[in-house]
Design a protein around this ligand. Structure first.
Ligand code: FES
Ligand code: FES
Length: 161
């Protein structure tokens, strides 16, 4: 076991973990932050995306001890301070960017990373950035639309699906 300390959604935490504990399991099982999902065992689906020191990472592809000293953000910390949905979450709701919702935490975290890097992405740029996130329900169209709307762009020209 090793001791890890990190800041998760603004709170400092310290825990003992096994060296082989994945960050996603640490978040879900030790911290009970179950909004970060596990949708595959091949690091392909992106349901587990969180931010580590401001970068989006697949939490299933990183050990918890690798996040020692890091600033970690999960979907649980994304709402506005008053508890309302943030602009990306609201856009997903407004543009029907989710169905079952399983992929949504990872999509929202990936979208947040994209918009930080590229505040006004084109449709092609959004689609390309989402390459590591799989959605089994929506066909992606409304997710792309939601992310573009969240960036403040007019999405009326993007045909409804
Ligand atoms: S659970 Fe991490 S990519 Fe699928
Ligand atoms: S909404 Fe069901 S997997 Fe994306």
């Amino acid at each position: 076991m090793a001791s890890v300390a990190m800041v998760v959604n603004g709170k400092s935490i310290t825990r003992e973990v096994e060296g082989h504990t994945l960050l996603v399991d640490f978040l879900r099982d030790d911290l009970r932050l179950t909004g970060t999902h596990v949708g595959c065992d091949t690091s392909q689906c992106g349901a587990c995306v969180v931010h580590v020191n401001g970068q989006s990472v697949k939490a299933c592809a990183m050990f918890a001890i690798e996040a020692d000293g890091a600033d970690v953000a999960t979907i649980e910390g994304q709402a506005n301070k008053d508890g309302s949905l943030n602009v990306i979450q609201q856009a997903f709701q407004d543009h029907h960017g989710l169905q079952c919702g399983f992929c949504t935490p990872g999509m929202v975290m990936t979208a947040a990373a994209l918009l930080k890097e590229n505040p006004k992405p084109t449709e092609a740029e959004v689609r390309s950035y989402l390459e590591g996130n799989i959605c089994r329900c929506t066909g992606y169209h409304n997710i792309v639309k939601a992310i573009m709307a969240a960036s403040g762009q007019d999405v009326t020209a993007i045909a409804a699906e």
